[in-house]
Design a protein around this ligand. Sequence first.
Ligand code: GDP
Length: 238
Amino acid sequence: MTAPAGIPAEIFPPRLVDPELAEVGRRLFAREARFVAGAPTASALPCDTLPEIAFAGRSNVGKSSLVNALTGRRTLARTSNTPGRTRQINFFDLDARLMLVDLPGYGYAEASKTEIKRWTALLRRYLQTRAALRRVCLLIDSRHGIKEVDYPLMHMLDDAGVSYQIVLTKTDELGAGELALIAERIRGAIATQPAAHPEIHLTSALKRRGIVALRSTLASFAVLTAPPTIVAAPARPR
Ligand code: GDP
């Protein structure tokens, strides 16, 4: 009997990643991610042009580090952390195939009530109206699991019917047994959340764990045909 083809993936429950999709993911994320827009208010949201994947999580969860590990560059997260851009929704075009959307980190102790209200309204509007949004990666620190501060977003995603997937960060901090336990606990917690995808990605930006599997999952949402090359027609002789 031959062994099943595939790359063992850091996904809970475990499964193999299709090597072809892993290659598609590798190539896609090797391309340039270009900052296209930042929306501090709902009226500034750009038009939907590409399938979108958004990244969300409380501040300090490891979002910048994970996005850097996925895209292999620092520009994307640095752009999102530029003063003035941290409290807005930032859009990055990945090779005209996928839009990566960085949602502002929540749970800041120092955030004012007005700021929380403004950001909640912006986020709700984005989630409820974005036809192109295919999935939200909800980042959770594997050392802490899902916290109270994560539930308002999970409820918003459920209400808006937006598919989301838990991505555990900083898994290098835990042993295999602890990791299995936390993944199982999270599986129990999301079982009753209608919009939650049952598969949990286990990642470490530091040790580059789970990056191939996450890229493969996200690549499955991308536009696969090459963007058309527009060649100017030669001028006709009059
Ligand atoms: P953000 O606020 O969500 O963008 O989080 P950052 O990416 O800035 O990371 C917050 C902190 O977590 C920093 O001190 C990082 O060094 C640390 N961190 C991020 N990713 C990892 C990881 O994979 N493993 C470990 N051990 N620490 C990490």
